[in-house]
Design a protein around this ligand. Structure first.
Ligand code: FAD
Length: 366
């Protein structure tokens, strides 16, 4: 039986592990701290490729849309395999603009996006307010993306962990730094433990540059801090994802509204700053004025794994053929986890890979 060790227990590592565990593979996850304890547990959980990628169609957009389309089936599989409940909501998104001049870019956005046969359309201010009466009257119009969705990321990660355990994935947490030693098989060592593998997957998110260096690879992955907060209004204020150029609101089934997120550079620091949260609060009143009267009940931050060109790193290393890289999913790792897991599992098992991965090759900067 083939042995695969995955380094990093975020949504990318866990999803790959789960995919492989459905096949004849012995899977182990090595997590420095706590599975889901970094970016994956901090995310707003939007599955929103049309809102996120508005400029032009490219391979990254195709990858993202393919992942969105896989989500209903994938999350149902995770629910069934784990026995753990989590929210998956097909709320749709209102992608809102504030100036008459921005209505034209909305038209050009929809002109290429509508080729993807999703039932999207432009709504006037009146139509937007009909759907969402608590939104600001400063909003001039929106694109309605009915097929965008969101998931409650912290619970989804818990379900992935449970599903992995149910399919006999071995999970080691709090193990500190792992050293990779290559031979006929690969060995992974800490000061006190050792594992052996036929193939290793590096899924260490914002920390991947370090593993790249150890393998002589230039892997430009940088941590971009996202500060984010949540409100608990007395009554529901929005029912769709409200997406704008400066911030978003995601209404969760537990009555909270998740409001994100800053993009700042602070090394590997995950503290929240007054400046970061104040910027969100200032913008919120331009989305939903009633939010000005409420204080967020929870504030937190996570580190998005950004890459130099915005594309993830997915692929096998030429000089280290037992080592596979899967990291750098930046703002869309929750969305992209479904397809990443599928293609990485196919590649590791030597099968035909169902999406072309050349543009995401991890050696493209080396
Ligand atoms: C505020 C915020 C909001 C976001 N909102 C969304 C959203 O709405 N939709 C969306 O799709 N994406 C969103 N994202 C992005 C998404 O969270 C990330 O792209 C995704 O979580 C990356 O997953 P990952 O598994 O690569 O990284 P992580 O979740 O960071 O996991 C990497 C893991 O590797 C471990 N690790 C690091 N070094 C080592 C080592 N040497 N040995 C062993 N383990 C190690 C870490 O401890 C960590 O657990 C958001 C991110 C943030 C911060």
């Amino acid at each position: 039986m083939q042995k695969v060790v995955i380094v990093g227990g975020g949504i990318i590592g866990l999803s790959i592990a789960l995919r492989l565990a459905t096949r004849d593979v012995q899977v182990t996850i090595l997590e420095k701290n706590k599975c889901g304890g970094q970016a994956s547990g901090a995310a707003a959980g939007m599955l929103a490729p049309f809102s996120e990628i508005g400029e032009d169609q490219d391979v990254f957009f195709d990858f993202s849309l393919a992942s969105l389309r896989m989500y209903p089936e994938w999350q149902a599989f995770v629910r069934e395999t784990s026995g753990v409940e989590f929210e998956f909501s097909s709320s749709g998104t209102l992608h809102c603009v504030y100036h008459e001049a921005d209505l034209l870019p909305l038209s050009s956005r929809i002109s290429w996006q509508s080729e993807y046969n999703e039932d999207m359309r432009i709504l006037s201010q009146e139509q937007v307010l009909e759907r969402e009466p608590h939104l600001s009257k400063d909003i001039k119009g929106a694109i309605y993306y009915p097929n965008e969705a969101h998931i409650y990321a912290p619970d989804f990660v818990k379900a992935l962990i449970a599903a992995c355990r149910n399919l006999n994935v071995e999970i080691y947490e709090q193990i500190g730094e792992v050293e990779i030693v290559e031979g006929s098989t690969v060995r992974l060592k800490t000061d006190t433990m050792e594992w052996e593998a036929d193939q290793v997957v590096i899924a260490t998110g914002a920390w991947a540059m370090k593993q790249g260096e150890a393998l002589g690879l230039q892997l430009p992955v940088y941590p971009i801090r996202g500060q984010i907060c949540a409100y608990l209004p007395e009554k529901p204020l929005v029912s769709h994802i409200i997406y704008t150029s400066q911030g978003y609101l995601v209404p969760k089934a537990n009555g909270t509204i998740v409001n994100g997120a800053s993009e700042d550079i602070a090394g590997f620091e995950t503290t929240v700053t007054a400046k970061g949260i104040d910027r969100l609060k200032r913008w919120n009143k331009k989305m939903v004025p009633a939010l000005e009267e409420i204080t967020p009940f929870h504030e937190w931050a996570g580190l998005r794994p950004a890459t130099q060109d915005g594309f993830p790193f997915i692929g096998r290393l030429t000089n280290h053929p037992s080592v596979y890289i899967a990291c750098g999913h930046y703002r869309n790792g929750i969305l992209l986890s479904a397809i990443t897991a599928k293609v990485v599992a196919e590649d590791l098992l030597g099968e035909v890979v169902s999406f072309p991965l050349q543009a995401f090759h991890p050696e493209r900067f080396s």
